[in-house]
Design a protein around this ligand. Structure first.
Ligand code: 5GP
Length: 186
């Protein structure tokens, strides 16, 4: 860890990589059961959801199509503002299709609310959300994610695809960052 985190920004491990593996398998089993006979379009939100989506689709027992979107939320590096811009749109048409948005983490929920409204306007047959992490008590808007991996306390987390300043995505578990240390570094 010292080589990946020379500044010692990581303060604790919240979720072990093995627990994520088991949870992803469980979520994939639920999706496979719920979408039996269908072929959902799995939309990964870049970049944070890239590892989660790739692990999730490999556990699915049904056919699925993969596409990606990239969004940017205006705000500070650790707080979302709810004003969202689409940096990369879908390649696939979603009208009449069963869509599952695969998101790394729901914090305020503002990013996802905007995204859901945008996608609903394109008339999918169905639209559900699968989020690896949900921060407990932080949502400013009502977001009902049908599939949720873990509910976590209000910490800024990295690992398993999530970054801080583009670092730490490669970690196989989920870790909390010491924000006080980052403030001191600025
Ligand atoms: P929201 O709009 O729900 O507040 O934030 C959604 C986006 O902000 C997430 O998709 C993620 O990119 C980023 N985000 C929110 N909380 C965290 C966090 O604890 N760690 C990291 N790395 N990104 C976060």
């Amino acid at each position: 860890m010292k080589q990946i985190d020379p500044q010692g920004l990581i303060k604790s491990k919240l979720i072990d990589g093995e627990d994520i593996r088991l949870k992803v398998k469980q979520l994939a089993a639920e999706i496979s059961r719920d979408y039996r006979g269908k072929c959902p379009l799995m939309i990964g939100i870049l970049r944070g959801a890239f590892i989660f989506l790739s692990d999730l689709v490999r556990e699915l027992q049904i056919p699925a199509v993969v596409d990606f979107m990239s969004l940017s939320s205006y705000g500070t590096s650790t707080e979302s503002s709810g004003v969202v811009r689409i940096l990369k749109d879908l390649e696939e048409e979603i009208e009449g299709r069963d869509v599952i948005v695969v998101e790394d983490i729901i914090d305020t929920g503002l990013t996802l609310k905007y995204l859901i409204e945008t996608l609903k306007a394109r008339n999918p047959a169905s639209l559900e959300v699968c989020a690896l992490l949900v921060k407990e008590g932080k949502q400013q808007v009502d977001i009902s994610a049908r599939y949720v991996g873990f509910r976590i306390p209000d910490e800024f987390v990295v690992g398993y695809g999530l970054d801080f300043a583009e670092k730490f995505r490669q970690l196989s578990g989920i870790y909390a960052i010491d924000l006080a240390k980052i403030e001191r570094c600025r």
